[in-house]
Write a protein that binds this ligand. Structure first.
Ligand SMILES: Nc1ncnc2c1ncn2[C@@H]1O[C@H](COP(=O)(O)OP(=O)(O)OP(=O)(O)O)[C@@H](O)[C@H]1O
Ligand SMILES: [Mg+2]
Length: 279
């Protein structure tokens, strides 16, 4: 359970606010930080992050998406951006932070990793400090920072998650995705002492599948994490996005579903996620 108060974390608007650990970036007022992660790769993290950013921007929020998948960054591809300046240039002091923060379609800002970040895919103290410093610098300027992380439980992924106060785990109904989601959440509970994690079930086959999956995962997690005296664990279903052909089309065309297919089920589901996060 968190003991360090964080002005953003204590916002009553947050459905995850109750037991959120203090962000490792310190407790300076500023953006709410949300890491979008998954156990298994390719489940829709980048799609969710980019479209959630657009949905929050539509609600008047200042949003920065940080491409935290340092080794295999692809936010630029999804957004059809061709960045000249990336995090790499900020790390090597070839560019200032202001130069590297770019406007994205959808009305939000991005800090892209680009392919030049492969060398940072191993977590060194230097990479850690640089990332923490960057997050510290941008926090006062935005309402939200979304971290589009890599999949799995590598050092880099766990570190990028640790920079965020809240976590949204994306999982599809496939058994392999659910097993990996469970493993990830278990690590977040044990290594980061998180007692509350958000879940988005993506590519659901029918309405209500997210609720069912969340309930099943919650049961096993509670047995594992809540087995210790005085401890409980809450997995909160923050969204359900059905498998939707428009998502595939939008990704192929490098477009945001929210902008180009605003009436689609997927766009509505992402807007509902934004509404839930905003309370
Ligand atoms: N709701 C959906 N309906 C249909 N297809 C989807 C949906 N969500 C994602 N996809 C498909 O899944 C693919 C992978 O999505 P995305 O790149 O966002 O995953 P990711 O988790 O970020 O992957 P990685 O782990 O490689 O970073 C997309 O190209 C898209 O075609
Ligand atoms: Mg991705």
């Amino acid at each position: 359970m968190s003991t360090t108060p964080d002005p953003a974390a204590s916002s009553p608007a947050s459905p995850l606010g109750a037991a959120r650990p203090a962000p490792k970036t310190g407790s300076r007022a500023g953006a709410r930080t949300l890491a979008v992660t998954s156990g298994k790769g390719g489940v829709g993290k980048t799609f969710v992050t980019a479209n959630l950013a657009a949905a929050l921007a539509l609600r008047g929020q200042r949003v920065l998406v940080l491409d935290a998948d340092l080794g295999l960054a692809n936010l630029d591809v999804v957004l059809n951006l061709h960045p000249k300046l990336t995090l790499h240039d900020v790390f090597t002091e070839k560019a200032t932070l202001d130069q590297a923060i770019l406007p994205a379609p959808g009305g939000f800002s991005v800090l892209l990793a680009g392919s030049g970040m492969v060398e940072y895919s191993r977590l060194t103290p230097e990479v850690r400090d640089k990332l923490l410093h960057i997050v510290e610098m941008v926090r006062p300027r935005f309402d939200w920072i979304l971290f589009d992380t890599g999949a799995g439980i590598s050092d880099v992924v766990l570190f990028s998650i640790s920079m965020a106060a809240d976590v949204l785990v994306v999982a599809t109904p496939e058994p392999t995705s659910l097993t990996d989601a469970y493993a990830t959440i278990k690590v977040l509970a044990t290594q980061q002492d998180r007692r509350e994690v958000g879940l988005l079930v993506n590519q659901a086959n029918r309405v209500g599948e997210g609720k069912l999956i969340c309930g099943q995962l919650q049961q096993v997690l509670q047995r594992f994490v809540g087995a210790r005296p005085g401890q409980s664990f809450k997995l909160e279903l923050l969204g359900e996005v059905k498998s939707d052909q428009t998502v595939r089309q939008a990704v192929l065309k490098r477009q945001l579903v929210l902008e180009h297919y605003p009436g689609s089920d997927a766009a509505q589901a992402i807007k509902a996620l934004a509404n839930k996060l905003l309370g």
